[in-house]
Design a protein around this ligand. Structure first.
Ligand SMILES: [Zn+2]
Length: 362
């Protein structure tokens, strides 16, 4: 589909994955094979952002209102600041480095609320987002984003109630977030590539966090942000300049290829990524792991061959019948890693209406 050739990468809604992964063909790219390892995520000649400098920008006046009286959204900017500050200096970035993508830990600067009053009856277009980000960078009085350079990644969080539109795609029906780049100006007036990611706020008119398998809005925002961060540093100029790390066979960036997975890192909901051979990769210290299997009688013998080895942590194990972050029924506590047959028979009672289940750390 030619339209997508000119589009930013999207984080698809669950029901829209196949549509969003469609991309036009790319030239064949030959890689030397390592023994028994087919490298499917290949280098396409573009740049990476080796040590990203991230800064959150909160678009919309809702982020500001009532901030002196404990406004929930204003408080959430503090949570999102904490997340950005943590993730960019964490094992999450080490994970990408270890995978050989040429990127590692970066730096964080305090974010900025751009208190635009959006008309929530109309779409907020990506072209407007770009123009407003550019204006924030240039405006000495209203902006503190003067550090912009090609290593800067602006993580833009849109206020609730706003539907974002990117070409013909919208956050109502097609995506949770996306990242991209455009030709712009630094605060000093130099021509630079401006890199940014956009996170639409969960809930009407957009899809709810719960419908996408998240416990709450914050979990969705950080998961989508981790996806976009990993992609933005390994493929900063997608649909703008040369691709960098990209899987031609599956038509996706590294986050797209692990989009259906969630883990917890330092309490934050994030997603794993993929290595060059397409295998899932996890940051050191992550605290989520999946079991698959089960019986329809309400009890299960855990198949440890399907366990993703966790870093030992004291965890509360919960059983749910859907996604890893849907912490529905508290069962018991363990010190991980959980050993084979560690649970007494009957320990893992769960809803017998499903034949498979997921266990994750709370
Ligand atoms: Zn993506």
């Amino acid at each position: 589909m030619s339209l997508l050739n000119s589009m930013l990468r999207l984080v698809g809604l669950k029901s829209q994955k196949s549509q969003l992964r469609k991309r036009p063909g790319r030239p064949i790219h030959v890689e030397t094979l390592e023994p028994r390892q087919l490298l499917t995520v290949t280098y396409h000649g573009g740049v990476v952002i080796p040590n990203v400098h991230i800064q959150n920008v909160y678009f919309g006046s809702d982020w500001l209102s009532g901030n002196s009286t404990g406004n929930r959204l204003y408080n959430q900017t503090g949570q999102l600041e904490g997340f950005s500050k943590y993730i960019v200096g964490s094992s999450y970035m080490d994970m990408l480095n270890s995978a050989g993508y040429g990127v590692g830990r970066g730096t964080f600067s305090t974010g900025w609320i751009a208190g635009y009053n959006y008309n929530k009856n109309v779409y907020l277009n990506d072209t407007t987002i770009r123009a407003q980000l550019q204006q924030q960078i240039l405006d000495r009085n209203s902006g503190v984003l003067g550090g912009s350079d090609p290593n800067t990644l602006y993580m833009i969080y849109i206020e609730p109630g706003v539907a974002v539109k990117l070409w013909t795609y919208t956050s109502v029906t097609s995506f949770l977030g996306y990242h991209g780049a455009f030709a712009g100006k630094s605060f000093g007036g130099s021509n630079i590539d401006i890199h940014y990611a956009v996170m639409a706020y969960p809930g009407s008119p957009n899809v709810t966090a719960q419908s996408q398998g998240f416990n709450n809005n914050f979990d969705q925002l950080t998961k989508v942000a981790s996806h976009e961060l990993a992609e933005a540093v390994t493929d900063p100029n997608v649909n703008y300049k040369s691709l960098t790390w990209y899987d031609d066979q599956k038509n996706g960036e590294i986050g797209d290829l692990a989009n259906g997975y969630k883990i917890r890192l330092n309490g934050y909901c994030v997603q794993p990524e993929v290595a060059k051979n397409g295998a899932l990769i996890y940051p050191t210290g992550y605290a989520s792991y999946k079991f698959t299997g089960g019986t329809s009688t309400g009890f299960s013998t855990i198949n440890t061959s399907s366990v993703i080895p966790p870093t030992p942590v004291n965890s509360t194990i919960v059983v749910s019948t859907s996604t890893p972050d849907t912490d529905k029924s508290l069962v018991t506590s363990f010190t991980t890693p959980v050993k084979k047959n560690a649970s007494p028979a009957g320990q893992f009672a769960f809803d017998p209406t499903t034949g498979s289940f997921t266990i994750s750390a709370a």
